[in-house]
Design a binder for this molecule. Sequence first.
Ligand code: AMP
Length: 115
Amino acid sequence: MNHEPTIFDKIISREIPAEIVYEDDLCLAFNDINPQAPVHVLVIPKKPIVSLAEISEQDAPLMGHLLVVLSKIAKQIGLESGYRTVLNTGPDGGQEVNHLHFHLLGKRALKWPPG
Ligand code: AMP
């Protein structure tokens, strides 16, 4: 299901600026505007998927690609001691922007369980 344009669509189309750290045909990565750790990058598909709840079998290669990109970015940034990837889904999952996105958090020790 496609969604109403979100702020992330405007970042993809360059209508609004972002600190872009990676881009390819399928996805875009940029720094979170309200970082929760010294490293806080968002990785989003260019395809307008609302959330993990909306993906289908045909999105499997794309979802795999996003994980590979996350791993590459973490290496490039030098997150040798680890990092956390977060994918919030829906209101109870804490999702605020209705365009699927992975958070990549690093450069500080993160607690578990999350709040
Ligand atoms: P979530 O709560 O999982 O939907 O995460 C949405 C994230 O998008 C939050 O961490 C916000 O700080 C971030 N965010 C919202 N607007 C922007 C923006 N214009 N540029 C970068 N990050 C943003």
